[in-house]
Design a protein around this ligand. Sequence first.
Ligand SMILES: Cc1cc2nc3c(=O)[nH]c(=O)nc-3n(C[C@H](O)[C@H](O)[C@H](O)COP(=O)(O)O)c2cc1C
Length: 154
Amino acid sequence: MKRKRLLIVYHSKTGKNGLMAKAVLEGANHPDIDVDVTFREAMEAGIEDLLEADGIIFGTPENFGYMSGALKDFFDRTFYEVEGQVDGKPYCMLVGAGNDGTGALTAIRRICNGYNFKEVQPPIVVVGDLEDQQLQGCRELGMAMAAGLEAGIF
Ligand SMILES: Cc1cc2nc3c(=O)[nH]c(=O)nc-3n(C[C@H](O)[C@H](O)[C@H](O)COP(=O)(O)O)c2cc1C
């Protein structure tokens, strides 16, 4: 059977979401889990990445109560091109924010409903400084998504 592929799409300006996304990648690449992972900055990610993915993790700062412009641009560039070809793909979210994060979550959920994606794990929201424990949570989320894809449970 074809190996499942997890896509991690993220944006980070000052590094926090980059560290979170890399921790997710580490978890997804756990040696006991046999999935392929595509790791992309949002501005580099495109239509093929979405079409090939069996599951997706989105990571973004919250900017002005919304997702980053870079992640929104990814959605803007891909929506019509993949519409109807990505129904039901499982996804989850990471938001490394200053003091809130809820606006980014709400906005991504709304857009993902348009793609007919299915949210399968609770989001990770980190406000304030990024601690080791939160990075561990990101690793576990990456493992859970990858293991779930491999097992076909989503
Ligand atoms: C222009 C701008 C707007 C921001 N707006 C918000 C906001 O609405 N809510 C919030 O919680 N944090 C806000 N922040 C803080 C960022 O979300 C926070 O610094 C985040 O950790 C940056 O992630 P990064 O290091 O991956 O770039 C804003 C930051 C910038 C630069």
